[in-house]
Design a binder for this molecule. Structure first.
Ligand code: ATP
Ligand code: MG
Ligand code: FE
Length: 334
């Protein structure tokens, strides 16, 4: 079964062709990062316009690379939320037009579920149930994935997302947007024990996260050091901040996995590209007898292949949208 997938929820225009939910025949990603970088973040109106300018060409490229034509597609899968409303509308409208014109089924999928499903592409043997840590630019969730379509939400951030915290701290350190990958790189050269930043576990019953206090602690530290005229060692700040985030993410993920007797932890979303997170998870996984999964870096951040995987598993489990499907910028995971 061939799925054409379209992703336009934020600042990547992407189209992919996926065979049977796990095999990538093409995955074309056009990123607008350079355009938004000079504003220090994504400008929604510019993002929508850029999607319109290139979406048709990106779709054609994805078909060409997969060596198929429109007539070969069995299913259209498209992100319907969460994301920027204007950006989502470009992808969804295009997908609806194709589904109508080709007279084939369409499925509107949850972008965050897409991040999880990226793992099915890189790990052909991976099957639910598993414990999943989703850490992206706008969301942080702890989820128990009971089946391909049953996501049990157990914890979420009460304020900033993990990726957002990386990006805000990076900005304060004068690093380019998005700052996560830069912090990751600098952290390797710094001393993670040099600065004592808070680990916010909240109370020990909850699986929720909170990262805004940590972000403020880093900003306060930077201001104080500047006022004292001290030199700021960016590598040490990056390493200490990153470790404070990872201690909480890894600690809560393992606590949930153990409470559910889960022998697998899956990481998803842009922050799953973080090498410190991957290493710490794997080290602890070896000790605890829990297997760790994460996608290749290109499938961690936004791409249509993951949307194709998500749509395929929804569809074969009996779910389908109709042409009345609408975008939902605040679509939650459930
Ligand atoms: P969402 O998926 O919540 O709607 P998004 O699509 O904008 O948000 P993603 O594409 O999943 O976010 O991920 C982008 C985020 O991942 C950014 O915050 C970026 O800084 C972060 N990120 C990417 N690589 C790394 C890394 N190596 N270390 C830490 N963070 C990273
Ligand atoms: Mg992006
Ligand atoms: Fe995303």
């Amino acid at each position: 079964m061939l799925t054409l997938a379209i992703e336009t929820s934020c600042d990547e225009t992407s189209s992919a062709v996926i065979k049977d939910g796990r095999e990538v025949l093409s995955n074309i990603i056009s990123s607008q990062i350079e355009i938004h970088r000079k504003f220090g973040g994504v400008v929604p109106e510019i993002a929508s316009r850029k999607h319109i300018e290139c979406i048709n060409q990106i779709i054609q490229e994805s078909l060409d690379e997969a060596k198929i034509g429109f007539k070969d597609i069995d299913l259209i899968s498209v992100t319907r939320g969460p994301g920027l409303v204007g950006a989502l509308l470009v992808g969804l409208s295009t997908a609806k037009a194709l589904a109508y014109g080709l007279n084939i089924p369409i499925i509107g999928v949850n972008h965050i579920e897409g991040h999880v499903c990226a793992n099915y592409i890189d790990h052909k043997d991976l099957k639910p149930p598993f414990t999943c840590l989703i850490v992206s630019g706008g969301h942080s969730y702890l989820v128990q994935v009971n089946s391909y379509v049953d996501y049990e939400l157990v914890g979420r951030t009460r304020d900033d997302a993990a990726g957002e915290a990386f990006d805000k701290v990076a900005r304060a350190l004068g690093l380019p947007y998005p700052g996560g990958p830069f912090i990751d790189k600098l952290a390797k050269q710094g001393n993670k024990d040099s600065i004592e930043f808070p680990r916010v576990f909240l109370d020990d019953k909850t699986y929720d996260f909170s990262f805004s206090g940590l972000k403020t602690a880093v900003l306060n530290y930077l201001n104080q050091e500047k006022q004292k005229g001290n030199e700021i060692i960016v590598e040490d700040v990056a390493a200490s901040f990153q470790q404070a985030v990872l201690d909480v993410l890894v600690g809560k993920s393992f606590r949930l996995a153990k409470s559910r007797k889960s022998d697998k932890i899956v990481i998803a979303g842009g922050v799953a590209a973080n090498e410190g997170l991957r290493n710490m998870m794997e080290k602890k996984g070896k000790m605890e007898g829990i297997k760790i999964y994460y996608p290749s870096k290109i499938l961690c951040t936004d791409n249509a292949a993951m949307i194709g995987a998500a749509g395929y598993f929804q569809y074969i489990n009996g779910n389908e949208s109709d042409l009345g499907v609408s975008v939902n910028p605040n679509l939650d995971i459930n």
